[in-house]
Write a protein that binds this ligand. Structure first.
Ligand SMILES: Nc1nc2c(ncn2[C@@H]2O[C@H](COP(=O)(O)OP(=O)(O)OP(=O)(O)O)[C@@H](O)[C@H]2O)c(=O)[nH]1
Ligand SMILES: [Zn+2]
Length: 184
């Protein structure tokens, strides 16, 4: 589990590194606050993505289910800066579906870890694929990376779009087009 004291010590060292006085009033509680914050934004480190997807319901048809505009906040593993945006998740069931909220919960588990957008996209798709064994899965993420907008190349408003396909979505470009139409 989280080593709260270690995170606090790290935050103290960063503040000292930037030349701050860690004993001044405004900063006294900061290491503890930041440690608690990390425990929140990295809560997915200790959550099992299979868990929300374990309760399934039987359905007759196999029409596409799309959960779109799922707002997520994640943390870029290169700079520990936030990236945030929307996830669109579609799958074509093969006899089984999950409760709609469980798709968003799956996004949350993986978003709340140090991440790369491409890796986050693939992990969401793979978890659904492995747990639900659907005909196919397609996941698309659109996000703004603060490591690109408030620092570095400073390109505010730029968006990173990533998507992955599994199963019949990988082979059927007409199906991919339908997904792109629906999330537009
Ligand atoms: N592929 C990918 N790259 C990312 C993601 N988040 C941040 N990056 C990039 O990771 C790269 C790290 O590049 P480095 O050259 O090692 O680090 P840097 O000197 O801080 O780079 P700059 O951001 O260009 O200043 C940068 O180009 C970031 O834009 C992500 O989710 N996916
Ligand atoms: Zn970054």
């Amino acid at each position: 589990m989280f080593d709260h004291e270690k995170i606090k010590e790290g935050v103290r060292l960063i503040l000292e590194g930037v030349g701050e006085d860690v004993e001044r009033e405004g900063l006294l509680e900061t290491p503890d606050r930041v440690a608690r914050m990390y425990e929140e934004i990295f809560a997915g480190m200790y959550q099992d993505a299979a868990e929300p997807l374990s309760k399934r319901f039987h359905v007759a048809g196999n029409e596409m289910v799309l959960e779109k505009d799922i707002v997520f906040y994640s943390t870029c593993e290169h700079h520990l800066m936030p990236f945030f945006g929307k996830a669109h998740v579609a799958y074509i069931p093969k006899g089984e579906v999950v409760g709609l909220s469980k798709i968003a919960r799956t996004v949350e588990v993986f978003a709340k870890r140090p991440q790369l957008q491409e890796q986050l996209t693939a992990q969401i798709a793979d978890a659904i694929n492995e747990q639900l064994h659907p005909m196919g899965v397609m996941v698309m993420l659109e996000a703004e990376h603060t490591c690109m907008t408030m620092r570095g190349v400073k390109k505010p408003g730029s968006k990173t779009v990533s998507y992955v396909t599994r199963g019949i979505f990988a082979e059927d470009t007409a199906l991919q087009d339908r997904f792109f139409q629906l999330v537009k």
